[in-house]
Structures are given as C-alpha cells and as structure tokens.
Design a protein around this ligand. Structure first.
Ligand code: 0A1
Ligand code: ZN
Length: 848
C-alpha cells in the first residue's frame, strides 16, 4: 500500500550491512491462512559496518515471539521491519505468522492452484520472516518444511524426509532473494547429468499431474545448458540435485533460486500440439538463463540492487550466445536486435529512460527492464568485441576466481578485464552510467580506392541527464562493390570521440560501406544510402545481420513514404523481395525474417524520428497495402515456397524445421492477402502442430473472417490454460485496424478471463496494448480500458500492474487529442486512492 512519502533509494547512499549472518535455520509449518515461520539466525556485527542497532526488514508479518540468545525480547516494530539493540554476536529467534492464501501479489510465500511457492527477488523474503533482506548479506540456509502435501522442496540438497516433513540444506552462501520453498501435489519428470567434475546430479522438473509429458524439451534444454556452461565458461553445477518447478501464477518468466528454479509454467511446458516453435525457443533460452545464473548471480551476486545488470546483463548475454550456438547466430542476432529495438530503444527514447546501472529508485521491482537486461547484455557483447574472445574468457575466469562467494559491483566486473588485458575501461564504463541510445552519423565517400568514413556520435538528453560524454563505440565495418563482391572484410573501428575519420583501402571507387555489422553496437545509425545501395547490400552483404538490416531499412523508408505522402508501395522494395522469397541457398529462417515488415510500433517510432506524428490507422493501412502489393507481385513464387517448405514427418522443434515452418508461414501470411483465406483455412484444418495452427489462425484473424476457426479452437482447448492464453491474445493483438478494441471489450466479459492470473491478464490487457491501432484508437477507448483494468489489478498485484503501465510510455509521440486522452487515463490511475508504490512511481515517471 501507498507509503506516506515514498523515499528514493540512492546508490550514493550505499552503506555496508551493520550485521552479517553466519547461518540460517528456518522451519515452515504450512497452512493456507496461518503459516508459522520459525527462524534461528546467527548474527555477528560487521566490523566494516556503520554500527547501531539490529534492523531487520519485515512486511505484513505477525510477530508471535522473538528472542536473542534464548531470552525473549520486544523489538520496536517499524512500518517496514523492526529494530532492537543487540550484542556483537548472538542468535536471533523469531516466530511469525503469514497468510499465503491471501497473498495475491505473488511475492513472498503464496499459493497457486493449491500449491505453496515463493518469489523472493527482489525484496520478497521480508514477507516471509524478519531478515536483513539485501543481496550483500549471504549465508547458508537449512530449511524444514512441515506439511502433509506429498512434495516438499527447498534450496540445496535433501537432508531428511519423514512423515509430514522434509529438511533441506543449502551449503552455498546466498542472499535471501534466492531462497525458495515449494510444497504441493506435484509429479516429476526426472533425468540425470554427470558434471565435468564427475558429480552425478539428479534433475527434476516438477509439474501438476497430467503435465509430465510436456517437460521433455525443458529437460533437454537444461542438460544442454549444463554442458554448454562447462564448455564455454568452465563452470560446473555444484549440488547433487537441480529442481525446476512450473507454477501457473507467476509475475515474471522464471526465477533462479539456488538449486530450485521456479518457472512460469508457460516457459516449461511444451508439446507439438500446444506450443509453437517460438515457445520452444523461449523455453530453451529461459531454462538456460536461469541455469546460467547459478554462477552469474548466485555464486557471485550483486552488492545492491543498483548492480542488477551485473547478473542480468551478463546472464542474458550468456543465454543469447548459447541459443546462437544451439541454433543460428545470424537468425538469433536479428531476433535479439528486433527485441532490443522494440523494447529497449523504445524505453530509452521515452520518459522511462534510465542508465543500465540506475542511481536511484523508489521500487526496485520497476527496474527489471529491457535496459538493465538487454542493453546490459549488449554492453557485454561490446566488451568481448573490444578485447577479443580469448581475453574475454581470461577476464571471466579471473572474475569467478576472485569473486566466488561475494556480492559485487560493476567496478569489480570491469576491473577483472582491466587486469586481464591492461586496458583502461574508464570510458567504456560510461555505457553503464549514461542513459539513451547513441546516434552515430556516418558519411562515406571513396577517393582513389580509399573508403573514407566520417563518423560522429551524440547521445540525447534523458530524464535527469541533460549532458552526455562520448562513449567507446565498436563498429564492425565492411564494404561491398557494385558488382556484389566484398572489397572490405569485417574490420572493427573504435569510435571514442565526438567525431572521427577512418580510412580503408577498398581498391575500387564504387562500393557501399556496410556499417555496424552484426549490430556490433546498440546505436541508431544515420547513414544516407540510396534505395539502390540498400538493395545491393540486401542482395550481397556477407554479413547476415546487415543484409537483413538493408531490407528492413528499405521497407521502413517505403512504408514511411506511403504514410507521409500517401504514395503507392515502392516498386524497388517490392522487387527486392523477389530473391529473398526464392533464393533457396539462403537459410529459410533468415528469409522469413527478411520477409516480415517492420511492426506498427517500429513505424510509429520511425515517423517520430522523422518529425512526423504517427497516425495509427494510416500505419496499419499502409502495412496492409504493402503486404498486398508484395503478395500480388510475387504470388507465384510465394505459392512455390509455401509448397516447398512443407515439413514432412513428425514434428521436431529444431532450428531447421522451425525455419522451414517460419518461411512457409510468412508466405501464408502474405498469400492470405490475395487468396481470400483459402490456404489459411485449409492449413488450420490440417495442422498437427500449434505453430502451423496459430499461423493460419492469425492470418485469418487479419482478414476479419476467423469466427468459425476461433470457435473451433476454443472448443478444443478450453481446458488448457496456456493454449487459451493464446486464444485470447491472438484475436486481440492480431485484429485489423481498431477492431481489437471491441474484441478486448467483449473478452473481458468472457468467463475464462481469470484476470487475477498474470498470464491471462497479459493475454487480454497486454494484447490490447500490443495492437497499435486499437490501443491508440482515436476514441480513447483503448487507453480507458487498459486504465480501468490496471486500477482494478493494482491493489491485488502491484508488480504486474506497474509493469503494464509501460504500454503508455510512448504517449508523447501522438497527436494532441491522443496525448490528452492518454494523460487523462494515466492521471485517473495516479489519483486512485491507495495506489501502490510500484504503480505510483511508474505513472509519475511516465507523465514526466
Ligand atoms: N531474476 C529473474 C527474474 C525475476 C526478477 C524479478 C522478479 O520479481 C520481481 C521475478 C523474477 C531472471 O532474471 O530470470
Ligand atoms: Zn536473470
């Protein structure tokens, strides 16, 4: 609930903990409404701490009893904890009572479908018992769980199992945010793994009975992740058991609790009939991400929450590299950059822009952002490019050697690379401190066979940061001659000043520079290239990312021209797609990506960048017209690809088959603009896997003629929560023009709209936000509906509510009427009585 005056926490005010914890022993007597938690904690005063009394965090706890060294004490109860004078070394005991069943915020100990589970990151442990709930206090934990439920799990290895109880011990020191407990009627999908050190590890994925046959892919992903971390980083698993639990009600994707990862069920469960290729890829990535945290996050954690990117940026970078190794680096890079632009560039361009390492926050849960995660990962990628792969590995080895068992800062992270390479990383560190997406202007000319590259960088002002200093920007450069041959293989330049000139011998006067290959730096590149130059790169660039990027730029320019000048679809662009459709030498997955047009939100940003006001209807109409033009011009070729890419044999989620389905379905999506939906209807009827089924359904939804199929889908899947999430989301997010608003208005009345479940809430309210034309409908009805539901959800689940306010973060892009309506919706949320600190902070920042 709302604090009287929520206080900002500042990095500059960091203080060491006053007391350190040597050992923790917890007993849970589970009960839905009256769980008792008994804690026994040995504390000692930190010689490097500030002194003063013992202060423990605690929220929503009923204190039954407290004792110091066996003597009962009466601590002073504060609004968010307690305080008591204490000796330099002592044992603290407490008994508290909590109500997991009433915990709708899904933070701390809560119940989901009859099972108990926990979520403690960032500050949930204080809702379980009194504790110094901060990541730099690390301790081994022993946990006894008392309950009649058949499966009782906690961190570490099992110690004892008896009638109605289980005891677990985690020998590794950890902060409280990595604590976890699960109790329920669960079944395991089990397997095993032998580490490179010879440890036999029992692997279990715990799910509700009936779901055990949907765990094979997550298990396979886990085993591949374990091997990969050994090969790529020399890191082995360090307990005898690794447990994963799938939970239906979860605010985020998953959580890396030591030895007991807890997952949103949608990132564990998959079968060909219920999950798409994209679901399989996400499961693989998230399983890997959580597993990789065992070293980057758990063995070495963060000193304070400002350092969140220390574990998250690095772990995202690791999971991206893993997925690239397992699938295709080219395709993975394009997908990652698409996501980065859609979420992080968007964040950086608006009122929520913040540095990768923020310097102040009111509610830390609001800083699990694309900037911390995805831009944080980009920084690691740049670091590796700047120092080289061998030095990167050497620095990582040093990091693990030097800091194992510690809670660290970004300075500690950068120092290992300075020590490993002798390179000064002071300027590089600005990537962590300065918000905003750098703009790099590139002017190129060729004189006497020399390519001359004039580069300039600038960083826009962002909230609280009016002035910026130049950063180190590694740019991978190449060049392609007019005849299509590469005349400059990839070389990396380091742009360190505001403006710099670089020269390369290319041996011809007619070549086109290919800049920021592989998206070597997360910047916006301003490079004036003609449509013919871009078409040359699309046809011949040897760098797959820039090849795709050239097509994307052509599409964006063509669509912006159509929107601004009401022109016809550009023939150059339409023609340039011919070879993309038909060139069988190219990876189908790549061709599918190259065939997709920029999203509506992308185009809205592109229009904003060119000082135009985006009109959502015009954007939607232009995309449809362009798709129709492409389909009309290439109908024969698309039809041939549609047939040729058909996958035969049993469903396999691997990259090869998934790539073929992606290209086939990209063709289907275009063909549906010219065939009246015949192919899509046939595909929907025949589909034996969710990828093909959903692609067909989505193509039909775009035509506004999907009623029969939506009903059939509903009837078949109404008892499957994860599939029904798709049913809700697809028809709202994919509806043409503004029609998604009416669909959402209808579906909030649907009996299966279980709005207290975060996945379902996101699949309805979030999906409306994803439908650009509908959310920004001129009537203001989209903004109003989302605001109504955020106001309703906030008292129950502030964290999910606060995250979803970001749907409004682009309000400043639009015309005055829309701005007024969006602001009115935001003010209505802001003025809600008792609004949570989470949502209140977000709305104030968005309003600016
Ligand atoms: N650390 C997890 C994500 C996570 C973050 C915050 C949460 O609650 C506020 C929950 C989960 C990860 O990176 O996967
Ligand atoms: Zn993470």
């Amino acid at each position: 609930m709302k604090d009287a005056a929520p206080r900002a926490i500042r990095l500059s005010e960091y203080q060491n903990p006053a007391f350190l914890v040597q050992d923790v022993s917890l007993t849970f007597r589970l009960d839905p409404h009256a769980t008792r938690v008994f804690s026994r904690i040995s504390f000692r005063r930190n010689p490097e701490g500030p002194g003063g009394p013992l202060r423990l965090d605690g929220e929503g706890l009923r204190l039954i009893r407290a004792a110091i060294d066996g003597t009962e004490v009466q601590p002073k109860i504060l609004p968010a904890g307690l305080e008591i004078d204490a000796p330099d070394a002592f044992t603290w005991e407490a008994e508290v009572q909590i109500d997991p069943k009433a915990n709708t915020a899904l933070e701390g100990l809560y119940m989901s479908n009859g099972m108990y589970c926990t979520q403690c990151e960032a500050e949930g442990f204080r809702k379980i018992t009194y504790y110094p709930d901060r990541p730099d206090v690390m301790a081994p934990f022993e946990v006894r769980i008392e309950s009649e439920l058949p499966v009782l799990l906690s961190n570490g290895d099992p110690v004892e199992r008896g009638d109605g109880y289980a005891v677990w011990r985690d020998p590794w020191k950890k902060p409280a945010y990595l604590f976890a407990l699960v109790a329920g009627d669960l079944v395991a999908h089990s397997n095993g793994f032998t580490t490179m050190e010879g440890r036999e590890v029992a692997l279990n994925i715990w799910v509700r009975p009936g779901d055990e046959d949907r765990c094979a892919y997550a298990m396979d992903s886990l085993k591949r992740s374990m091997r990969w971390d050994e090969d790529a980083y020399g890191r082995a698993y360090d307990l005898d058991v690794f447990n994963i639990v799938a939970v239906d009600d979860f605010n985020m994707g998953a959580m890396e609790n030591k030895g007991l990862n807890i997952f949103n069920a949608r990132y564990v469960l998959a079968s060909p009939e219920t999950a798409t290729d994209a679901d399989y890829a996400r499961i693989e990535a998230i399983v890997a991400h959580e597993y990789f945290h065992n070293w980057t996050g758990n063995r070495i954690t963060c000193r304070d929450w400002f350092q969140l990117c220390l574990k998250e940026g690095l772990t995202v970078f690791r999971d991206q590299t893993f997925s690239g190794d397992e699938r295709s680096h080219a395709v993975k890079r394009i997908e990652d950059v698409q996501m980065l632009r859609a979420r992080q560039f968007r964040e950086d361009a608006g009122p929520l822009a913040h540095p990768v390492r923020p310097t102040s926050y009111i509610e830390i849960n609001n800083f699990y952002t694309a900037t911390v995660y995805e831009k944080g990962a980009e920084i690691i990628g740049m670091l590796r490019r700047l120092i080289g792969e061998d030095a990167y590995r050497e620095g990582c080895d040093l990091y693990f050697d030097r800091h194992d068992g510690q809670a660290c800062t970004i300075e500690d992270w950068l120092k290992v690379f300075e020590d490993a390479t002798g390179r000064d990383l002071a300027q590089f560190a600005r990537w962590y401190a300065q918000a905003g997406t750098p703009r790099v202007t590139a002017e190129t000319r060729i004189e006497g066979g020399t390519l001359i590259l004039d580069l300039a960088q600038s960083l826009p002002a962002t909230p609280g940061q009016p002035e910026k200093a130049p950063q180190v920007i590694p740019l991978a450069i190449g060049a392609i001659a007019r005849d299509g041959t590469e005349v400059l293989p990839t070389a990396v330049v380091e742009l360190t000043e505001t403006a710099q000139t670089f020269r390369f011998e290319v041996g011809t006067d007619d070549a086109v520079a290919s800049i920021n290959r592989g998206f070597s730096a997360p910047v916006i590149l301003d490079q004036t290239l003609s449509a013919a130059d871009r078409a040359l790169l699309l046809a011949h660039d040897t760098d797959p990312f820039n090849k795709w990027e050239a097509g994307r730029a052509l599409a964006r320019t063509a669509l912006v021209d159509m929107i601004v000048q009401s022109g016809a679809p550009d023939r150059h662009f339409v023609d340039a797609l011919g070879p993309v459709i038909s060139d069988n030498a190219q990876d189908p997955a790549f061709r599918a990506l190259a065939l997709a047009l920029p999203s509506d939100d992308d185009l809205a940003q592109a229009l904003t960048d060119s000082n135009a006001t985006p009109d959502p209807d015009a954007i939607d109409a232009a995309r449809t017209r362009m798709q129709t033009a492409v389909a009309t011009a290439h109908e024969g070729a698309l039809d041939a690809v549609y047939d040729a890419m058909k996958v035969s044999g049993p469903y396999n989620p691997d990259a090869t088959d998934a790539g073929r389905r992606a290209l086939r379905n990209a063709a289907l999506s275009l063909l549906t603009h010219v065939d009246g939906g015949d192919r899509a209807r046939a595909q929907f009827a025949a589909a034996d896997n969710m990828t093909d089924c959903l692609a067909a359904l989505s193509a039909l939804i775009r035509t506004g003629q999907a009623e029969t199929e939506l009903q059939a889908f509903h009837d078949r899947w109404q008892n499957d929560r994860l599939v029904m999430d798709k049913w809700f989301a697809l028809q709202i997010a994919g509806a043409p023009g503004e029609t998604g608003l009416a669909v959402a208005q209808r579906l909030v009345e649907h009996p299966a709209f279980d709005w207290k479940n975060p996945n379902r809430f996101r699949s309805v309210i979030g999906a409306l936000g994803m439908n650009h034309a509908s959310f920004h409908a001129r009537s203001g009805g989209g903004y109003a509906l989302v605001a109504d539901w955020l106001i309703r959800l906030d008292p129950l689940n502030p964290q999910t509510t606060a995250r979803m306010t970001t749907l409004f973060e682009t309000w400043h892009r639009y015309d005055v009427d829309r701005q007024d309506q969006a602001k009115a919706a935001l003010r209505r949320i802001q003025s809600t009585e008792g609004l949570s600190r989470d949502t209140s902070e977000m709305v104030s920042r968005i309003l600016g």
